[in-house]
Design a protein around this ligand. Structure first.
Ligand code: DGL
Length: 268
């Protein structure tokens, strides 16, 4: 017998599963609890105060379920709520932000494109990130309304998906970008299509691996040591939306058949 670490993870919907894959690889024996806040998706066009309130509610649920650490698997919610969540809770809270620093280091053309939600691009946190890391590199930003909804429907390859991806990548290509930042956790699921549309010479960067690494570092250094004997990792999935729909999409994006439970009504 041993004590397993419990990691609470949330996103506006299923996008954070792109991060959860990296978390599972970094912490194979952890108990993972994931919430897709599907009743409130997309966050990208909502007011920061609304997203902040949702983030507090979801974090409360995760802590009630025994979370030892929280991952905000959403760039938009990190911008709106990470500071106030950290002000209220003592446990490690790991957020996400567009991968400006690695993209600036990687570009050869000196132009980096950022695909993200309007909420992320308009945030003070993103402005501070550019101020800190852009240097002499030209950063071209593109808000992408509609991409999150595609992923929420499990539509990763349709003609409509291709049209939207073409529309959003064209300005970045015209500006000479050779590196695209996937600044929303839903977009890694569209990476094959983005790569096809933009061309093989474009590098796509996201923050999933770095977040999982940072989570592991903080878990190892800040949480009391735990016993590993016989521990097997587990996952529990919740949604504030329709459980049947979420079960289908999460099973497909997670890569195995799982059941998504409905979040208790006081947290929806
Ligand atoms: N997946 C989220 C992000 O990383 C939020 C997308 C949305 O709901 O608009 O920004």
């Amino acid at each position: 017998m041993g004590i397993s670490r419990t990691i609470g993870v949330f996103d506006s919907g299923v996008g954070g599963l792109s991060v959860l894959h990296h978390i599972r690889a970094a912490l194979p024996d952890a108990r993972l609890i994931y919430i897709a806040d599907s009743a409130h998706v997309p966050y990208g066009d909502k007011q920061p105060a609304y997203i902040e309130q949702r983030s507090h509610t979801l974090t409360r649920f995760l802590i009630e379920q025994g979370a030892d650490a929280i991952v905000i698997a959403c760039n938009t919610a990190t911008a709106a709520a990470a500071a106030s969540l950290r002000g209220r809770h003592q446990l490690p809270i790991i957020g996400m932000e567009p991968a400006v620093k690695p993209a600036v280091a990687a570009t050869k053309s000196g132009v980096v494109g950022v695909l993200a939600t309007v909420g992320t691009l308009e945030s003070a946190r993103f402005a501070a990130l550019l101020e800190k890391y852009a240097g002499n590199v030209k950063i071209v930003t593109q808000g992408c309304p509609g991409l999150v909804e595609l992923v929420e429907r499990g539509d990763l390859h349709s003609a409509e998906a291709r049209r939207l991806v073409e529309r959003y990548t064209a300005p970045l290509l015209q500006a000479g970008a050779d590196t695209f930042i996937l600044g929303c956790t839903h977009y890694p699921f569209l990476a094959p299509l983005i790569g096809e549309v933009a061309g093989g010479h474009i590098s796509l960067v996201d923050t999933g691996t770095a977040v999982a690494r940072e989570l592991k570092r903080r878990v190892d250094t800040e949480l009391p040591p735990h016993v590993r004997l016989g521990m097997v990792g587990s996952e529990n999935f919740y949604t504030s939306g329709d459980a049947g729909h979420a079960t289908r999409i999460v099973s497909s994006l997670w890569g195995r058949s799982i059941t998504v439970q409905v979040l208790p009504s006081q947290f929806s």
